[in-house]
Design a protein around this ligand. Structure first.
Ligand SMILES: Cc1ncc(COP(=O)(O)O)c(C=O)c1O
Length: 412
């Protein structure tokens, strides 16, 4: 492994180099600009998971021995940490899932499907990830309902005026919307969407995948009904995430994963369910993952407020500098961008741009970014995305811009 380069401190005193040194993988000569796909994990998260397996490993809840009690305490401690992090009223409102996709599917299949009928309407936004599109699309198809789409304004923000106008009271049942777009980087006014939806009698699921690492989360202030996110996009492990739901609503939801740990009683021909949230966590849970997520939450909380401003500055500056390059189009609004920038280079396929960048040790995402309906609205098939974390540096941005210029020269 090579040593990490010296990184200059920011004017406000924020030190990206100090953050960087906590990530062993960044010792490799890689500029990791694919944080929206998955962030890297800092040492404390890796150590917490390692400690769990080395010292406390056991199944939760079903074991009477001391390791079982320790594992249960660790798992439930992580649940409490998630609850506090997102502003939940109680840990019982938090269901551990394998990630955002699993949480959305649970709501769409376990509750929404029961409430949607022929003639009803389900809204998604034009900028949804497939994970927050396909479960709703399939649900409405089966149930004879209609999928409605919140359109984009010319600035590529959500057109909330059109949404309010189109929301039909009594017909609109569900609204599923991303807090932050994984392509445009735009932050959506989810509170305004919830207010409008509730006014029409609809419930709202917020896809928090791209927001949790960068914005303060408060589900109560958002006033949403469900909130789903993934640990791996906020410095935690892969394969763990959480779904928050209003406790009254969780109680009405059907479990999807049936079997061990989620039952109260099983007779030969019938079964009753365990309390919320355990009824949604059938099978042996990902305890080490939950422990890692709890640690990641603690780690995010140690970041100074300036770290988030720094990430937003990197995204804004990168968007401006990319837009100034000949032949480059930056997608997304000029203002209100949190952490990522998507762009296209005229005459060069996104994969070719990413390949040239990879040759220079710069990791970016290229493709449709699991948002094909949005891509079609933008009139493109694919784009390149760079996404930031507090360990990224201005030198990496400089190298990115050089690489993009080089790709254009090579291919046009
Ligand atoms: C906005 C958004 N929603 C949902 C997902 C799916 O997350 P996961 O694959 O962790 O379930 C992603 C992943 O990129 C995303 O960016």
């Amino acid at each position: 492994m090579s040593r990490q380069p010296e990184v200059e401190k920011e004017q406000g005193g924020f030190d990206p180099g100090a953050v960087r040194r906590m990530f062993a993988i960044l010792n490799r000569e890689i500029a990791w600009l694919d944080n929206a796909a998955t962030t890297q994990r800092p040492e404390p998260v890796l150590q917490a998971m390692d400690r769990f397996y080395r010292q406390h490993n056991a199944n939760t809840r079903r074991s009477v021995h001391r390791l079982g009690a320790e594992a249960t305490a660790a798992y439930e401690g992580a649940r409490a940490a998630v609850a506090q992090f997102i502003g939940a009223a109680a840990p019982e409102e938090v269901v551990f899932t394998s990630g955002t996709t699993a949480g959305i599917n649970l709501v769409a299949a376990g509750l929404a499907r029961r409430e949607i009928g022929p003639g009803d309407e389900v809204w998604v936004s034009a900028m949804e990830h497939h994970s927050n599109w396909v479960p709703w699309q399939q649900a409405v198809q089966r149930l004879g309902a209609t999928l409605k789409v919140i359109p984009l304004t010319p600035e590529r923000r959500l057109d909330l005026a059109a949404f309010r106008k189109g929301l039909a009271a009594r017909k609109a049942k569900w609204v599923a919307v991303a807090w932050v777009s994984n392509v445009l980087g735009a932050v959506n006014d989810v509170r305004a969407i919830c207010d409008a939806a509730h006014g029409a009698g609809a419930q709202v699921l917020v896809d928090g995948a791209q927001g949790v690492a960068h914005l303060p989360v408060d589900v109560a202030a958002m006033d949403c009904d469900f909130f789903a996110f993934s640990g791996h996009k906020m410095y935690g492990p892969m394969g763990i995430g959480a779904l928050w739901g209003r406790s009254g609503l969780l109680g009405q939801m059907d479990p999807l994963m049936l079997g061990g740990e989620m039952i109260a009683r099983v007779d030969e021909r019938s079964a009753t369910w365990a309390e919320v949230p355990y009824r949604f966590e059938g099978g042996t849970p990902n305890v080490a993952g939950a422990v890692g997520l709890g640690e990641a939450i603690g780690w995010v909380r140690t970041l100074p407020a300036a770290a988030h401003g720094y990430v937003a500055d990197l995204a804004r500056e990168t968007a401006q500098q990319l837009a100034a390059l000949p032949g480059v189009t930056v997608w997304g609004p000029a203002e209100g961008r949190v952490s990522l920038v998507s762009f296209s280079v005229e005459g060069v396929h996104a994969h070719d741009v990413a390949q040239v960048l990879d040759g220079r040790g710069i990791a970016v995402r290229a493709g449709h970014m699991c948002a094909q309906p949005l891509m079609r609205r933008l009139g493109i098939e694919s784009a390149v995305r760079v996404s930031f974390a507090p360990y990224n540096t201005r030198d990496e941005v400089r190298r990115l811009l050089e690489g993009v210029r080089a790709a254009r020269e090579l291919f046009t």
